[in-house]
Design a protein around this ligand. Structure first.
Ligand SMILES: Cc1ncc(CN)c(N)n1
Length: 223
């Protein structure tokens, strides 16, 4: 018997071009090819620190929605709680890495693409946004980083040794397993969602992909 195609699989096939645009962006390719401009990397580092700080309340809101909105026989809350804990480490890592690269985090001003992405996250915190819709955004945001940085760790990559640790942070296998758990949560929710929620969730996925591309552009072009 053939395995059933999940909703996320259908979406990833349908939006492959946009998805590849987010996970194979020139910024990521430049890390992978070893010709990254280090000032672009530093821009990304400072801006992403600001993003991650805004990401925390969003993930906390997904956790609340999971607690209230899912039957949770499947352990959604625990998976998402693991994500919150990982973000605690991520923030410490950004501080350590910024020190290493001489990036002054206290003086970073969020650029337009970052502000808009953070505003989008804030809009998803609203209790009116369904758990399923918020969970789709969460899964996509984490997975884009996982796939992007894992690409920089493939055997034939020429990633500079000093950037390997950064790539490992999101490109490692256990982060990949965590992203798979998020995908399973999302597919389980979508399975029982109304057409209206499925439509909203797909539109949210597309917004995430666009914001991620804009975010890479911001770092890559140093505008
Ligand atoms: C822009 C962005 N997207 C995703 C992630 C992964 N948490 C991140 N740190 N920054």
């Amino acid at each position: 018997m053939q395995a059933k195609i999940t909703v996320t699989e259908t979406w990833l096939r349908k939006h492959r071009h946009l998805y590849d645009g987010a996970t194979r962006h020139p910024f990521i390719r430049s890390i992978r090819d070893g010709n990254i401009d280090i000032s672009a990397f530093k821009t990304w580092l400072g801006q992403d620190y600001i993003f991650v700080r805004a990401f925390v309340p969003f993930v906390a809101s997904v956790l609340t929605k999971a607690y209230k909105g899912s039957d949770d026989g499947n352990g959604d809350v625990e998976v998402i709680l693991g994500g919150v804990a990982a973000l605690h480490d991520e923030i410490s890592w950004f501080k350590k890495e910024a020190f290493k690269w001489g990036v002054q985090l206290s003086s970073i001003v969020p650029q337009k693409a970052n502000q808009e992405y953070c505003r989008f996250l804030e809009s998803l915190i609203s209790p009116e946004v369904e758990y399923t819709v918020a969970a789709v955004a969460f899964w996509a945001i984490e997975t884009i980083y996982q796939e992007s940085f894992a690409h920089c760790l493939e055997d034939d990559s020429k990633t500079p040794p000093e950037l390997k640790e950064t790539c490992q942070r999101w490109g490692n296998e256990s982060f990949g397993e965590y992203c798979n758990s998020l995908r399973n949560i999302v597919d389980r929710q979508l399975e029982k969602a109304s057409d209206d929620v499925i439509t909203k969730a797909e539109a949210t996925l597309l917004r995430v992909l666009e914001h991620e591309v804009d975010f890479w552009n911001m770092s890559h072009r140093r505008t």
